[in-house]
Design a protein. Structure first.
Length: 282
């Protein structure tokens, strides 16, 4: 279904003003709405139930991405044609791609994630950079993780930079937000998941863990703050503190790179001969 005569939105439209305000966290939290910018994010939003509620598109973008506009209409989203200046006013990017969607919050209660008996989970503890958070979410999605958990001291999941950095993965897997780190670790362990802290100063080596065959079971990785990593009190909550070995001369790995290495190591171990993808009853 295509819109018969989409409304042309002016810069002074209340709809534009309401969308513009979603660039700020307090308005996002109050309305429980966030922005998804660009064709990839909007396409994913339109394919995720009734998440997409409104779409602003330039005439050029509406023609180029007619399939996305049609998908937005099919899920009941209001579609508005808007001048380039209006899209630029709403968008949080320097070079908008002509499509901006307004979406409902879609975070999942932590209890639902535990009830699903996840086998691979990424936990972001005190991660403050939205680009890193979105990139780790994308890595978790690519590695086949079943869930991501953001602790109560982490960045806003719906920060526009985090949404962009996830490149649509935000719509692919359950994400719990605002979970105290102690609750995250204890809940996952009670669900039969081995919880590992990723830390450059860890006593255990990722290669040694793989060689020992200990990585095949359900696993959650806890990733810490970009600047100071994981505090001692968090590390002591986990089953092991594991470092990614540095074989060259690099001083360290950044958060997103380390997360990708750890998550893919678990995914590979779980799929290898003798690996365990089943969760034993707690």
């Amino acid at each position: 279904m295509r819109p018969a005569s989409p409304e042309l939105i002016s810069p002074r439209s209340p709809r534009v003003a309401a969308a513009r305000r979603l660039g700020k966290r307090n308005f996002r939290g109050k309305e429980r709405l966030f922005l998804a910018e660009g064709p990839q994010a909007v396409r994913e939003a339109a394919g995720f139930g009734e998440t997409l509620v409104e779409l602003f598109a330039t005439v050029e973008a509406a023609e180029r991405y007619a399939d996305i506009v049609g998908a937005a209409c099919d899920v009941g989203a209001r579609v508005h044609l808007a001048a380039d200046s209006v899209i630029e006013d709403i968008s949080t990017t320097v070079t908008p791609q002509g499509l901006v969607g307004v979406c409902r919050f879609l975070d999942t209660p932590f209890e639902e994630i535990l009830a699903a008996r996840p086998k691979l989970v990424a936990v972001l503890a005190h991660v403050r950079d939205p680009g890193n958070a979105g990139t780790v979410l994308r890595c978790a999605d690519a590695a086949g993780a079943e869930a991501v958990v953001l602790t109560d001291a982490s960045v806003d999941l719906y920060n526009p930079k985090a949404v962009r950095a996830s490149v649509g993965s935000l719509f692919h897997l359950p994400v719990a937000v605002g979970v105290p780190v102690e609750r995250a670790v204890s809940g996952l362990r009670d669900a039969g998941v081995r919880v590992l802290a990723a830390d450059g100063a860890g006593q255990d080596d990722l290669d040694a863990e793989l060689d020992a065959g200990t990585m095949g079971g359900p696993t959650a990785w806890v990733f810490g703050n970009e600047a100071w990593g994981l505090p001692q009190e968090t590390r002591t909550l986990t089953d092991a503190v594991v470092r990614v070995p540095i074989h060259g001369k690099a001083e360290s790995l950044n958060l997103a790179t380390a997360a990708a290495v750890c998550l893919y190591a678990s995914a590979r171990a779980q799929r290898a001969a003798g690996g365990c993808r089943c969760v034993t009853e707690a």
